[in-house]
Design a protein around this ligand. Structure first.
Ligand code: SF4
Length: 165
Protein backbone atom coordinates (compact mmCIF):
# COMPACT_ATOMS: atom_id res chain seq x y z
CA UNK A 1 0.00 0.00 0.00
CA UNK A 2 1.45 3.34 -0.90
CA UNK A 3 1.77 6.33 1.35
CA UNK A 4 -0.83 8.92 0.45
CA UNK A 5 -1.14 11.04 3.55
CA UNK A 6 -0.01 14.61 3.09
CA UNK A 7 1.66 14.52 6.43
CA UNK A 8 4.44 12.61 4.74
CA UNK A 9 5.49 15.70 2.83
CA UNK A 10 4.60 18.16 5.52
CA UNK A 11 1.42 19.47 3.93
CA UNK A 12 -1.05 17.99 6.38
CA UNK A 13 -2.47 20.64 8.72
CA UNK A 14 -1.64 18.31 11.52
CA UNK A 15 1.83 17.66 10.22
CA UNK A 16 3.68 18.09 13.48
CA UNK A 17 1.77 15.40 15.27
CA UNK A 18 -0.03 13.59 12.48
CA UNK A 19 3.17 12.76 10.72
CA UNK A 20 5.08 9.54 11.11
CA UNK A 21 8.25 11.50 10.63
CA UNK A 22 10.20 12.45 13.67
CA UNK A 23 8.17 10.71 16.31
CA UNK A 24 7.88 7.47 18.19
CA UNK A 25 10.89 5.82 16.67
CA UNK A 26 12.94 8.33 18.57
CA UNK A 27 11.36 7.51 21.92
CA UNK A 28 13.75 5.73 24.21
CA UNK A 29 11.11 3.17 25.13
CA UNK A 30 10.66 2.24 21.50
CA UNK A 31 14.29 1.90 20.45
CA UNK A 32 15.34 -1.30 18.76
CA UNK A 33 18.33 -2.72 20.60
CA UNK A 34 18.56 -6.10 18.87
CA UNK A 35 20.52 -6.87 15.74
CA UNK A 36 19.99 -4.35 12.99
CA UNK A 37 19.97 -6.95 10.22
CA UNK A 38 17.99 -10.01 9.24
CA UNK A 39 19.81 -13.36 8.94
CA UNK A 40 20.49 -12.67 5.24
CA UNK A 41 22.13 -9.33 6.08
CA UNK A 42 19.20 -7.19 4.97
CA UNK A 43 18.66 -4.20 7.27
CA UNK A 44 15.65 -4.68 9.50
CA UNK A 45 12.63 -2.51 8.90
CA UNK A 46 12.18 -0.25 11.91
CA UNK A 47 9.03 1.67 11.02
CA UNK A 48 6.00 1.10 8.84
CA UNK A 49 3.59 3.98 8.22
CA UNK A 50 0.54 2.05 7.15
CA UNK A 51 -2.25 3.93 5.43
CA UNK A 52 -5.09 1.73 6.56
CA UNK A 53 -7.57 3.80 4.58
CA UNK A 54 -7.54 6.68 2.17
CA UNK A 55 -10.84 8.03 3.50
CA UNK A 56 -10.73 11.12 5.71
CA UNK A 57 -13.42 13.28 7.26
CA UNK A 58 -11.54 16.49 6.52
CA UNK A 59 -10.88 16.30 2.79
CA UNK A 60 -8.35 19.14 2.95
CA UNK A 61 -8.01 21.04 -0.30
CA UNK A 62 -4.26 20.58 -0.22
CA UNK A 63 -4.40 16.83 0.47
CA UNK A 64 -2.28 15.10 -2.12
CA UNK A 65 -4.36 11.97 -1.52
CA UNK A 66 -7.45 13.97 -2.46
CA UNK A 67 -9.08 12.14 0.43
CA UNK A 68 -12.81 12.32 0.95
CA UNK A 69 -15.11 10.89 3.61
CA UNK A 70 -16.69 8.20 1.49
CA UNK A 71 -15.27 4.67 1.44
CA UNK A 72 -12.80 3.94 -1.32
CA UNK A 73 -13.26 0.75 -3.31
CA UNK A 74 -10.59 -1.88 -3.23
CA UNK A 75 -9.21 -1.23 0.24
CA UNK A 76 -8.08 -4.25 2.23
CA UNK A 77 -10.70 -6.30 4.04
CA UNK A 78 -10.13 -7.11 7.70
CA UNK A 79 -8.87 -10.58 6.76
CA UNK A 80 -6.55 -9.17 4.10
CA UNK A 81 -5.24 -6.56 6.52
CA UNK A 82 -4.51 -9.22 9.14
CA UNK A 83 -2.72 -11.30 6.51
CA UNK A 84 -0.59 -8.27 5.75
CA UNK A 85 0.18 -7.81 9.46
CA UNK A 86 1.33 -11.42 9.53
CA UNK A 87 4.07 -10.50 7.05
CA UNK A 88 5.49 -7.59 9.06
CA UNK A 89 7.64 -9.70 11.43
CA UNK A 90 9.38 -11.11 8.37
CA UNK A 91 11.16 -7.77 7.88
CA UNK A 92 12.09 -7.16 11.51
CA UNK A 93 10.10 -5.87 14.45
CA UNK A 94 8.88 -2.58 13.08
CA UNK A 95 6.76 -0.01 14.84
CA UNK A 96 3.46 0.14 12.97
CA UNK A 97 1.93 3.57 12.55
CA UNK A 98 -1.75 3.34 11.74
CA UNK A 99 -2.38 6.39 9.59
CA UNK A 100 -4.30 7.39 6.49
CA UNK A 101 -6.32 9.17 5.36
CA UNK A 102 -7.91 9.17 8.75
CA UNK A 103 -7.35 5.82 10.48
CA UNK A 104 -10.46 6.10 12.67
CA UNK A 105 -12.57 6.11 9.50
CA UNK A 106 -11.77 2.43 9.37
CA UNK A 107 -14.01 0.66 11.87
CA UNK A 108 -11.69 -2.32 12.29
CA UNK A 109 -8.55 -0.27 13.01
CA UNK A 110 -8.75 -1.16 16.71
CA UNK A 111 -9.13 -4.85 15.92
CA UNK A 112 -6.16 -4.66 13.56
CA UNK A 113 -4.01 -2.93 16.15
CA UNK A 114 -4.91 -5.50 18.79
CA UNK A 115 -4.05 -8.22 16.29
CA UNK A 116 -0.66 -6.65 15.65
CA UNK A 117 -0.03 -6.17 19.37
CA UNK A 118 -0.79 -9.85 19.95
CA UNK A 119 2.03 -10.59 17.52
CA UNK A 120 4.48 -8.49 19.46
CA UNK A 121 4.40 -5.46 17.21
CA UNK A 122 4.44 -1.97 18.64
CA UNK A 123 1.58 0.15 17.38
CA UNK A 124 0.98 3.87 17.12
CA UNK A 125 -2.23 5.62 16.10
CA UNK A 126 -1.86 8.83 14.13
CA UNK A 127 -5.32 10.32 13.58
CA UNK A 128 -6.00 13.93 12.60
CA UNK A 129 -7.63 14.48 15.99
CA UNK A 130 -11.01 15.76 14.87
CA UNK A 131 -12.79 12.48 15.61
CA UNK A 132 -11.36 11.89 19.08
CA UNK A 133 -14.35 11.51 21.38
CA UNK A 134 -14.23 9.86 24.81
CA UNK A 135 -15.52 6.69 23.13
CA UNK A 136 -12.82 6.75 20.45
CA UNK A 137 -10.16 7.49 23.06
CA UNK A 138 -11.34 4.48 25.04
CA UNK A 139 -11.19 2.29 21.93
CA UNK A 140 -7.63 3.43 21.29
CA UNK A 141 -6.74 2.60 24.87
CA UNK A 142 -8.50 -0.77 24.77
CA UNK A 143 -6.65 -1.71 21.59
CA UNK A 144 -3.44 -1.32 23.60
CA UNK A 145 -1.70 1.08 21.25
CA UNK A 146 1.77 1.93 22.50
CA UNK A 147 1.12 5.56 21.66
CA UNK A 148 -1.33 7.84 19.93
CA UNK A 149 -0.56 11.28 18.67
CA UNK A 150 -2.86 13.88 17.27
CA UNK A 151 -3.02 17.66 17.01
CA UNK A 152 -4.95 19.83 19.40
CA UNK A 153 -5.80 22.22 16.59
CA UNK A 154 -7.76 21.64 13.43
CA UNK A 155 -8.24 23.41 10.13
CA UNK A 156 -11.14 25.80 9.81
CA UNK A 157 -13.58 24.99 7.05
CA UNK A 158 -14.14 26.15 4.44
CA UNK A 159 -10.78 27.91 4.20
CA UNK A 160 -8.76 24.71 4.35
CA UNK A 161 -11.21 21.91 3.79
CA UNK A 162 -13.81 20.78 1.35
CA UNK A 163 -15.99 19.35 4.10
CA UNK A 164 -16.90 19.96 7.70
CA UNK A 165 -15.02 18.02 10.35
S1 SF4 B 1 -7.63 15.34 4.14
FE1 SF4 B 1 -7.10 14.07 5.93
S2 SF4 B 1 -5.40 12.81 5.19
FE2 SF4 B 1 -5.57 14.54 3.76
S3 SF4 B 1 -4.18 16.11 4.60
FE3 SF4 B 1 -6.22 16.52 5.46
S4 SF4 B 1 -6.19 15.47 7.47
FE4 SF4 B 1 -4.49 14.60 6.25
Amino acid sequence: MTKTHDSMNGNCPAARTHSPSGHPSGHSGMMEHASRTLPDGTPKCRLIAWEVTRSCNLACKHCRAEAHPEPYPGELSTAEAKALIDTFPQVGSPIIIFTGGEPTMREDVYELAAYARDRGLRCVMSPNGTRITPEVAQKIRDADFNAAQFPLTKPTPPAMTNSAA
